[in-house]
Structure formats: structure tokens, C-alpha cells
Design a binder for this molecule. Structure first.
Ligand code: S3P
Length: 434
């Protein structure tokens, strides 16, 4: 077991460039593989999850070159994948599993997807239901609606899917299967989830439209297209990774950090809104826009935070940031209420449970609820250093490493190597600011 000791910090200073966005890195390999021609990806995230995606496509005959500064995906077109000789290993990655299932549903060969213990216990009915409705043949090998998934050849038809959850993974799985369908495919979700798939599909030459409805729901619609075409993609820094450094800069007194090249797509930027609602003042500098994705450098200075309410349509725009937001709330003055976030239960761990357990270990008053948690923040009482169980969940390890910087005494993060999933250099970057 790998452990990390975190000691209280007297102030964090400097600048840091955030590694590439995980969601966009996955999608760039997937679309590159099924496009015609070569896709060049810069600032690709070489985290374990995205490497799982690369591994799966290599097993299906796609040549992918990993150079120091660029990834070259030599795509073979929509019908160019070949049958894998063995089970496709998706590791810890829900995004690989769900999005790849959408692509595999339309192939004329059999495939099996399987991952680690956490991945193989996460719900897959959410993608099996719409994909099978399109004509796919996906079954759960252990009959528990989880991976391993067996995907047999199917002839797909376009459907309209009314998704019960706002999930970009569900939406993307259906849209990617729609590339292989005979007619238009559309997905309506209760509120808008991250839209990287829609943006990137458009850039690769697909016809995709997005509509926001007056009740807050959103529809993405895809027309059948003959082929996609290889692109050049500059992946922005991952706002979900930037969030740890923004939080650290806010919580540790006497800090000033420039967090560079952060993706600011509005479907992902709820964390920045919450920081403002809690009383932080962040400066967004050097704003730019490429491939439909906004980016900026974010200047963070220490601030006194206050409690807030996080709910409704905001939740899908910050779902992965809720563990670090909970840590911020514990260090803020007053009550923070997180609700409408039952999706937290089906992430790499049940994050309502793992956040609650670890915040309690650090002395914070937190009450778990069915769809979130209530945190009674006490700005005048620092968290106490504690032994933190990451349960191999990268976001729990990183959130509580930041908590340790603002706590009294030493904090020990167990199984800290799990940060490799999304941010292999996390601890090196953190040390560089101390
Ligand atoms: C992701 C979507 C989100 C997010 C996950 C990455 C994606 O999951 O939590 O880390 O890349 O599409 P859901 O779609 O299940 O909300």
C-alpha cells in the first residue's frame, strides 16, 4: 500500500500547468480511432484511465503512437475496427466502459469489456437499456447489470432516448451508437451534462445539434453520417484536476497560485460558480477558445469562505468536484447543503459515504443524506490531521490531501497511488507549490 504524509502548509506560491482534461482525452482517442486519417492530440492526459482507452483501441487494430508531446491516432474509419482477440480491459474507467460500449454496439464482431473490482460493481443498466433498445445485444456476464459486459453484433436503429439521469456517459454512449444507426438518434436528459462529445463529433464532421428546453432539460441530436475525419486536438487542462489547486490556494492562508490552461466549458465550470458563492474572488486571465472549448489561467488567492447551497442543474456541472467542495465547506463558516447529487453514490466509490467518513475522521460535523450531505463549517476550528482511507478513489485521495494542507497535525493518505487514474503528477505538483 502506498501512503503519503501531508503536513500543514504555511502558504502555497507559484504557478502550475494542469494536465489534460480526462473526458476530452478519452473522446479524442475514441473519435480518432473511428475517423478516417490521423488525429493529432496535444496535451493528452497520460493517466491510467485514458491509457485504458488507448489499450482497448490498440487491441482492435488501431495504431496509436505515443510521442513525448503528441499522440497520433491512425484512424481506420467507422467500420475499421477489428475483433479483439481477448477481453478489453477498461481498468478503473467508467468513461471507457460506457462510451466504448456505444461504439462496440454497432460493430459486426463480438467483444467483452471488463475492469477492476470498483468498475465491475458500477451500474451499466443505464447504458444497456438504451443501447439494447437501439438493437444492440449487450448482456451482463454475471447477470447483475455490471461489467463484464458481452457485446454481440447488432443492427442499430435510431431512437429518441429520454434519459432518467443527467449523465454525459449515457448521452455519449447513445450518440456514439447513433453513428452506426439507420436514422436520427437523440437523447434528452433532465439537465445538461458535459457536452464534449457533441462538440467533438461536430469537429470530426458529424451533424449534431443541441437544444435547451424551458424546463432545464436538454436534447442532443445526431444525424447518421458516412464518415468522421481525423482532427488536430489541443486538450485543455482538466478543471476537475485544477479544482484541487484552486481549493488549496483558497484554504491555505498566505497563498497565491496561478493555475494555468484550465478548461472553462460552461458545462464543467460549476466549481468556479461555487467558489464565488462561497466568497472567493478568482481572476480568469488569458481567456481563449479552441475546438469549441474555452480555457483560461486562473489566479487564486487565499480567502475566507462561507457556506452555500449546491443543487439542481448545477450538480452535473461539478459532479466530480463535490468531494473537494465538501472539504472547502468544512473549512468555511456556516452550513453548506449539497442535494440532488445521488449520482455520487455510483462513482469510483460511494462518495457520499467516503467523503462523510473521512471528513468525520478530521473532526468535521457532516450529515450524509439520500442525495448529498450537510456540512456545518467552522472556519475558526481547523480540521484535525487524520488517517484517510482513499478506498482507491483518486478524487478522495486528492481532496483529502488538500484538506491535510489546511488541517492541524499530520494527515496520512492511504493507497495514495490511485491518483494515477487522473493525475499521476499530483503530489509532485503539490510539493512544487510549498
Ligand atoms: C464523465 C462524465 C461524468 C463524470 C465522469 C466523466 C465523462 O460521469 O463523473 O468522471 O467523461 O463523460 P456521468 O456521466 O456518469 O455523470
Amino acid at each position: 500500500m502506498s501512503v503519503r504524509c501531508i503536513r500543514p502548509s504555511a502558504g502555497l506560491k507559484g504557478e502550475i500547468t494542469i494536465p489534460g482534461d480526462k473526458s476530452i482525452s478519452h473522446r479524442s482517442v475514441m473519435l480518432g480511432a473511428i475517423a478516417r486519417g490521423t488525429t493529432e492530440i496535444t496535451h493528452f492526459l497520460k493517466g491510467a484511465d485514458c491509457l485504458s482507452t488507448i489499450g482497448c483501441f490498440r487491441r482492435m487494430g488501431i495504431e496509436i503512437e505515443e510521442k513525448p508531446d503528441v499522440i497520433l491516432v491512425h484512424g481506420k474509419g467507422l467500420r475499421g475496427l477489428v475483433a479483439p482477440s481477448d477481453t478489453l480491459n477498461v481498468g478503473n474507467s467508467g468513461t471507457t466502459t460506457r462510451l466504448l460500449s456505444g461504439i462496440l454496439a454497432g460493430q459486426n464482431f463480438l467483444s467483452v469489456l471488463s475492469g477492476d473490482a470498483s468498475l465491475n460493481s458500477r451500474p451499466m443498466a443505464r447504458i444497456m437499456t438504451p443501447l439494447n433498445r437501439m438493437g444492440a445485444h449487450i448482456t451482463s456476464l454475471h447477470h447483475n447489470d455490471c461489467a463484464p459486459l458481452k457485446i454481440e453484433p447488432g443492427i442499430l436503429r435510431g431512437i429518441h432516448y429520454q434519459s432518467p439521469v443527467a449523465s454525459a456517459q449515457v448521452k455519449s454512449a447513445v450518440l456514439l451508437a447513433g453513428l452506426y444507426a439507420d436514422s436520427e438518434t437523440s437523447v434528452t436528459e433532465p439537465s445538461l451534462s458535459r457536452n464534449h462529445t457533441e462538440l467533438m463529433l461536430q469537429n470530426f464532421g458529424a451533424y449534431v445539434s443541441s437544444t435547451m428546453h424551458s424546463d432545464g432539460s436538454a436534447t442532443a441530436q445526431l444525424e447518421p453520417c458516412g464518415e468522421l475525419y481525423g482532427q488536430q486536438i489541443a486538450v485543455p487542462g482538466d478543471i476537475s484536476s485544477a479544482a484541487y489547486f484552486i481549493a488549496a490556494g483558497l484554504l491555505v492562508p498566505h497563498s497565491e497560485i496561478l493555475v494555468k490552461n484550465v478548461g472553462t466549458n460552461f458545462t464543467r465550470a460549476g466549481f468556479l460558480k461555487v467558489c464565488e458563492a462561497m466568497g472567493a474572488s478568482l481572476s480568469l486571465l488569458n481567456k481563449s477558445f479552441e475546438g469549441g472549448e474555452g480555457r483560461a489561467d486562473i489566479l487564486v488567492r487565499s480567502a475566507s469562505l462561507k457556506g452555500t447551497v449546491i443543487e439542481g442543474d448545477l450538480i452535473p456541472t461539478l459532479i466530480d468536484e463535490l468531494p473537494i467542495i465538501a472539504v472547502m465547506a468544512a473549512c468555511a463558516e456556516g452550513t453548506t447543503i449539497i442535494k440532488d447529487a445521488a449520482e455520487l453514490k455510483v462513482k469510483e466509490t460511494n462518495r457520499i459515504d467516503t467523503v462523510t467518513e473521512n471528513l468525520k475522521a478530521m473532526g468535521a460535523p457532516v450529515t450524509p443524506t439520500a442525495d448529498g450531505m450537510i456540512i456545518e463549517g467552522r472556519a475558526d476550528t481547523p480540521l484535525s490531521g487524520a488517517h484517510i482511507k482513499s478506498y482507491l478513489d483518486h478524487r478522495i485521495a486528492m481532496s483529502f490531501a488538500v484538506a491535510g494542507l489546511a488541517a492541524s497535525g499530520e494527515t496520512v493518505i492511504e493507497d495514495s497511488q490511485c491518483v494515477d487514474v487522473s493525475y499521476p503528477e499530483f503530489f509532485v505538483s503539490l510539493e512544487s507549490l510549498s
